[in-house]
Design a protein. Structure first.
Length: 216
């Protein structure tokens, strides 16, 4: 499993490798993440293009995912007994946290096949069971709760703020990218926390200011 993930990673970051990493705020969850000495600074052009073309988002646990994993532990009633879909699952951090909080059914959804490989591997690593979905439009029936962490960096996903209600009765979104809070006017702001992506990407501090929005 780890070999497949390393091969996937090296299609993008040639000299990168994964290591099992316990999350700082959730030591009960470990993920296969890029090792913290991953290559930074000026990279050969070929590698830069590969990273831009197919970013290995799944090899990081993003600040928003980290904050949601913490929230689901502190408030397991948010997902206990419910069917939950983690949209833009990446490593699967939120899906795993939902399963650990007692969700009845958890679906990890991502358009990136490498992310889905990571979700499978990380589910096994954490002894939880996840269903895998490669396209939200293929969801067979509405879920109780849809959770999305750090998916609005891609402005093409902004219409989701209105359309996700077609897929779930309740929606939780964690975001640190959108400055215009009025875009969330149909949501309640329920929490704000500071966090750092793991491993640290040396992003601007503002990208660690995570807001959690709820729509029920
Ligand atoms: C920045 S990562 C966040 C991963 C994870 N939620 C976390 O917080 O660590 C964003 C993820 O959203 C996925 N994504 C982007 N657009 C998507 C779409 N239309 N449908 C499903 N997944 C999508 C990307 O492939 C990527 O894995």
């Amino acid at each position: 499993m780890l070999e497949t993930l390393n091969n996937n990673l090296q299609q993008t970051v040639k000299s990168g490798s994964l290591q099992t990493t316990a999350l700082p705020n959730r030591e009960d969850i470990s993920l296969y993440l890029i090792s913290k000495d991953y290559p930074r600074g000026r990279l050969p052009q070929e590698e830069m293009l590969a990273i831009l073309e197919k970013p290995a988002y799944w090899a990081f646990c993003w600040a928003s995912g980290l904050v949601l994993a913490d929230s689901l532990k502190r408030s397991p009633n948010l997902c206990a007994g419910k069917s939950v879909l983690d949209l833009g699952a990446g490593s699967g951090v939120v899906a795993i946290a939902a399963a650990k909080a007692g969700a009845a059914r958890v679906i990890a959804c991502d358009i990136d096949q490498h992310a889905l490989d990571a979700c499978r591997a990380n589910a096994e690593l954490n002894h939880v069971s996840l269903e895998i979905l490669d396209d939200l439009a293929k969801l067979d029936q509405k879920v109780d709760l849809l959770i999305a962490a750090d998916v609005l960096y891609d402005r093409e996903n902004l219409p989701w703020l209105d359309t996700l209600v077609d897929y779930a009765d309740e929606i939780l979104i964690a975001d640190s990218r959108i400055r215009d809070k009025s875009l969330f006017d149909r949501y309640d702001l329920i929490d704000e926390q500071q966090a750092t992506t793991v491993p640290d990407l040396d992003e601007l501090k503002e990208f660690g200011e995570v807001s959690i929005y709820y729509r029920g």
